[in-house]
Design a protein around this ligand. Structure first.
Ligand SMILES: Cc1cc2nc3c(=O)[nH]c(=O)nc-3n(C[C@H](O)[C@H](O)[C@H](O)COP(=O)(O)OP(=O)(O)OC[C@H]3O[C@@H](n4cnc5c(N)ncnc54)[C@H](O)[C@@H]3O)c2cc1C
Length: 500
């Protein structure tokens, strides 16, 4: 095992996704030397963060807060939008509600309170923000109304976000090594982090450092761990993003006594095109997802509904509904729409790489989708008969529901009666896993006895305890940025303190 002078840094960050990049940039603010190691080759840099739509959830009090992120909003744009404030209490209530009140209060409140300041900080690092008109707003009358607490996305989506952070990291003097896999944490006899073992093109070597920030993602791309922790059939799920997130950082930390924490048997998973490749495709990004199901119905291969498509805004159901699909026969589901709602479908329904059928009757549609014809015809007939009167409005929880149907459709229930009928075939696409390491609100990793492991920090998908069962859309990038920034700053503060 070799080590050389260049193999000594103050802080080593593992993983070049959003969390790792934020950690590296925050660390450089303290004028410490920072090495960022990335297992993937350069053309796969940016991890899952690259694949995202770049939407981040943060608490804000009104338009003045939004203007701090997008100062060049024109008067015309301002007149055309309707934005409700989304304050810290609302964000907290959403986190509590969707996680069945299990989210760790200290971590969750840190995420929420640091969300707007971190968005503003990201802007100072070169990230540019946009209003998410295409995905998070519906036009009602002459106004775009934003819904579901999520309204800002990075210009250029995930590639734009990580691209800006990489540019800044290079400018700020972060040394980045690609195709360099972190394999082992090195600790001294007191248990303090002393370095890390890396496997690069030339073989393994050690880097000495005072602090390590682990930001190398969850274990979603590790089929054996998925099966072990998430359960049967999870090895068959498609991976929405990078093939490189195999739980390495979590394992390295557990190996030196870190405490596992959070919902290890759960994950974020969505409806994903049935014929998507096994891993993410960097040209397609997140467009294999199919998230307009609140406008139609979802059936399995028998033609039977199995979830409430209108239980809530898609931001609060989509991350959970992918897990329901894996329990259906052949792990398949079919989203059925009629022509009334087709113009409202999100952009991802209009890509060339989509598994879709169109027909003038429901029978014909079922045949084309290869699902049970009688089952689908019966389901649509019963569904249509159960739809209650009321005004359909996709931008609010309109309460236009079904009656006497199991499962119900609680909002946006329109009869499926106007051809052409269109169906999209989907399966389960896993996004990231919820189980991880226990950290403090300062991103310090705790051991199994609740003591700090000095010099060890974690951020991003590594963090256990924030998400249980479900997740409010846009919280993953936000959590990565908040705890990445904190981890980088804390790791450096410690180095600076030792120097003084
Ligand atoms: C298709 C898709 C769309 C999404 N859309 C959104 C969205 O719009 N909004 C949102 O909030 N969230 C979204 N998410 C979730 C979001 O991607 C994650 O919450 C977030 O990006 C995780 O960031 P991270 O830095 O922890 O991990 P990542 O971005 O995955 O980065 C981890 C990095 O660590 C590297 N690595 C792994 N092991 C090692 C090792 N041993 N040594 C060195 N490097 C290693 C990996 O190669 C990877 O580059 C989406 C995810 C996907 C897949």
């Amino acid at each position: 095992m070799s080590s050389s002078p260049e193999s000594s840094f103050d802080v080593v960050v593992v993983g070049s996704g959003n969390a790792g990049l934020c950690a590296a940039l925050a660390a450089r603010e303290f004028d410490v030397s920072v090495l960022l190691v990335e297992k993937a080759p350069e053309e796969w840099r940016g991890g899952n963060s690259f694949f995202t739509g770049g939407g981040l959830r943060f608490a804000f009090r009104g338009l003045d807060d939004i203007r701090t992120l997008i100062p060049d909003l024109s008067e015309e744009e301002l007149k055309s939008i309707e934005i409700e404030p989304y304050d810290e209490d609302q964000f907290y209530n959403d986190m509590l509600r969707v996680t069945e009140y299990l989210t760790d209060a200290d971590l969750c409140l840190t995420l929420i309170r640091q969300s707007l300041p971190t968005m503003q900080w990201l802007r100072t690092k070169g990230v540019r923000w946009n209003l998410a008109f295409g995905r998070q707003a519906f036009r009602v009358g002459n106004k775009f109304r934003f819904w579901g607490g999520l309204l800002v996305e990075a210009v250029g989506a995930g590639p734009g976000l990580v691209g800006a952070l990489f540019d800044r990291a290079t400018k700020d003097g972060v040394e980045i090594r690609y195709a360099s896999k972190a394999t082992r944490l090195l600790a001294d006899r007191q248990g303090r982090i002393a370095g890390i073992e890396i496997r690069g093109a030339e073989g393994p070597y050690e880097v000495h450092c005072r602090s390590v920030v682990l930001a190398s993602g969850g274990f979603e791309a590790n089929a054996e761990w998925r099966c072990r922790y998430l359960g049967p059939d999870w090895e068959l799920a498609k991976i929405r993003g990078t093939p490189y997130n195999n739980g390495d950082g979590i394992k390295m930390a557990l190996d030196i006594g870190a405490q596992p924490f959070g919902h290890w048997s759960s994950c974020h998973a969505v409806a994903w095109d049935l014929n998507a490749p096994p891993y993410g495709d960097r040209k397609i990004g997140d467009l294999f997802q199919k998230h307009s199901y609140p406008l139609g119905i979802v059936v399995n291969i028998k033609g039977e509904r199995f979830l409430d498509e209108g239980a809530d805004y898609r931001n609060y159901t989509y991350a959970e509904y992918g897990r329901r699909i894996i329990r259906q026969p052949q792990r398949a589901a079919f989203q059925i729409f009629d022509s009334k709602v087709l113009p409202l479908l999100r952009d991802e329904y209009r890509i060339r790489e989509v598994t879709k059928a169109e027909a003038t009757t429901v029978e014909e549609l079922a045949k084309k989708l290869e699902i049970d014809v009688d089952g689908l015809v019966r389901t649509v007939r019963e569904f249509n008969a159960a739809v209650q009167p009321g005004e359909f409005n996709p931008a609010i929880l309109d309460g236009k529901r079904t009656k006497g149907l199991t499962p119900p459709k609680s909002n946006w229930a329109l009869p499926i009666d106007t051809p052409p009928f269109v169906g999209y075939a989907v399966t389960t696409g896993i996004t990231f896993t919820f189980g991880g390491l226990r950290i403090t609100p300062k991103a310090e990793v705790l051991d199994t006895e609740n003591h700090l492991i000095p010099g060890l920090y974690a951020a991003g998908e590594h963090v256990g305890g924030l998400f249980y069962y479900n997740y409010p859309g846009g919280s993953g990038l936000m959590a990565g940025a908040v705890f990445g920034r904190i981890a980088g700053a804390e790791a450096s503060t410690q180095v600076v303190a030792v120097r003084c």
